[in-house]
Design a protein around this ligand. Sequence first.
Ligand code: ADP
Length: 400
Amino acid sequence: MSATATLAPEQNIRLAPAHGKLRVLLVEDNPSDIELVSRELRRGGFDLTFEVAQTEQEFVERVRSNLYQVVLADYNLPQWRGMEAVNVLRNENLDIPVILVSGALGDVTAVECIKQGVTDYVLKDRLARLPMAVLSALQEKRLRDERQRAVDDLAKKVEELARSNRELEQFAYVASHDLQEPLRMVAAYTQLLAERYKGKLDEPADKYIHYAVDGAKRMQTLVQDLLVFSRVGRLNSENRDTDCNVAVEIAIANLQVAIRESDTHITHDYLPVVLVNPTQLAQVFQNLIGNAIKFRGPKAPQIQITVEKQPDEWLFSVTDNGIGIAPEYCQGIFVIFKRLHTRTEYPGNGIGLAICRKIIEQYGGRIWVTSQEGVGSTFKFTLPASEAGSRQGQNHDDRR
Ligand code: ADP
């Protein structure tokens, strides 16, 4: 048996519906219980429309073709258990609150039903509680919907951001890659002009050619650095257990000339093994050590590289005794092209730290700086501890 009923007009007048329209699916076989339940809901202030299902098949048909705000199900029906409504709704991927309306329901059974997904239960001899139970079920559902919407929105934004980052990276890669060839031509030919015609034209001409050569060279460095920056995310597949001591030695070897000329002294802890791309790790140390030398103070640079084991990661520190950084710039310097000095004061194009950050963040790490102007800076970064690294850390933590 199934039935459709709406509120009788005279009842509408007597009981002003405070909670608005409510569309209910009743899983019930007893006509007098149907009457009692509907009366209680109207009395509770609902403008009620309800339909009735007594078998699983009827229930499935109804939920497939109608939108209900709540299901009120008798626990025991002759042909079906109202409790099964929860499973049907789950299988149909429908989030409709189910309230059990039952003659008698022991505490243990009630708890079990709620565990299985029932929102609430109301005993038939306490039907006055039903409107409140329905109201709070609707409220819970609204909150659930809002939360789900927020989660969906966030997921969409994250996906959009990832896509636009991918596109931007692709663009930076293609642009910097394709710019290299024409730039090589410009640089080569302006240099040729400089060699062939230096002193043969007038003085301004020499100056102009010098500017052109200088500009072309700078642009070449910039484009090459941009290419390095845009390549960072492309080398993930080349991760392997990497000995940080070797990465530091490579960085030191690449900076040999600057180290010698500036009389730099470098010390480092015995460093762990981490799962990264070795070239990129050497690049991080090279950029940080290179900066410590470049931004040195009046004394010969002293650089210390230390490491501490944290629960799931390694915390590296690169400390120098250089010119330091004012606190208000400590965050901004990791942004690409951000520099605090003119090129005549200190050479560079402001990509080094942005590359470091991109490399470190792609491994799930963080990088930041603490500094005191005129005293020095400590660049800190974290990298996840790999299994091999953790074993090694246990064995050699104290070695320097
Ligand atoms: P670049 O070295 O080409 O300027 P970076 O991205 O490596 O670019 O550094 C950005 C800025 O951060 C530098 O211009 C400098 O002002 C500041 N900086 C970086 N490292 C240090 C350091 N060790 N000591 C003081 N300032 C630093």
